[in-house]
Ligand binder design. Structure first.
Ligand SMILES: [Fe+2]
Length: 189
């Protein structure tokens, strides 16, 4: 099942998503909606409902992970499966690191969530470079190998950016003004 926006907000309550993570997720969903709308306008077969649900729930495992110390993407994937949301489980599970993707293949909703999440720092839209600098500062310092891993993931994100924007008639820098016009509220679907 693909959850409605209303159901996504209910799940945020159920899994005690923190206020700041909720604000982050809503902003990621706005960015994702701008991209998915553009791709649909360009004639691509892609689901806006799936993209928005995946964006709203990508960090649904975060609160549980704070206690268990486990990977929040994997916990989130399991939460999706427990709630019969198979359609969005992979998007949530792969929002940090994409698996099974093809840069030359069909456009997929999980690429949009992966990319949109990296354009939002807290609840502000930033460039990939700004987000990269933040992540390295926060997690990569003094941890051998981690900075390289973060950089490699961002190289992939740059490739995903190129792929996503090729059919669009606006560039990555236009996301902030366009997302400002979006409203993600319960009851929209
Ligand atoms: Fe996350």
């Amino acid at each position: 099942m693909i959850p409605s926006i209303e159901t996504c907000f209910r799940l945020m309550d159920k899994y005690e998503m923190l206020k700041n993570i909720r604000a982050h997720s809503v902003m990621v969903a706005k960015v994702a909606r701008v991209i998915v709308k553009g791709l649909k306008d360009a004639g691509l077969d892609i689901s806006d409902k799936k993209t928005i649900a995946g964006s709203l729930l990508h960090d649904i495992g975060k609160t549980s992970s704070l206690n268990s110390g486990e990977d929040h993407a994997e916990i989130g994937r399991q939460i999706c499966l427990q709630n019969n949301l198979e359609e969005i489980a992979d998007m949530v599970g792969e929002h940090i690191r994409l698996k099974n993707y093809s840069l030359n293949g069909r456009y997929s909703e999980k690429e949009i969530v992966f990319y949109a999440d990296k354009r939002v720092n807290h609840d502000k839209i930033v460039s990939l470079e700004e987000r990269l600098a933040y992540l390295i500062e926060r997690y990569g310092r003094n941890q051998e190998g981690l900075e390289d891993a973060i950089r490699m993931n961002f190289d992939l994100c740059k490739e995903v950016e190129k792929k996503l924007f090729t059919p669009l008639d606006f560039g990555p820098e236009s996301l902030a003004p366009l997302a400002a016009n979006e409203d993600i509220e319960p009851g929209v679907y």
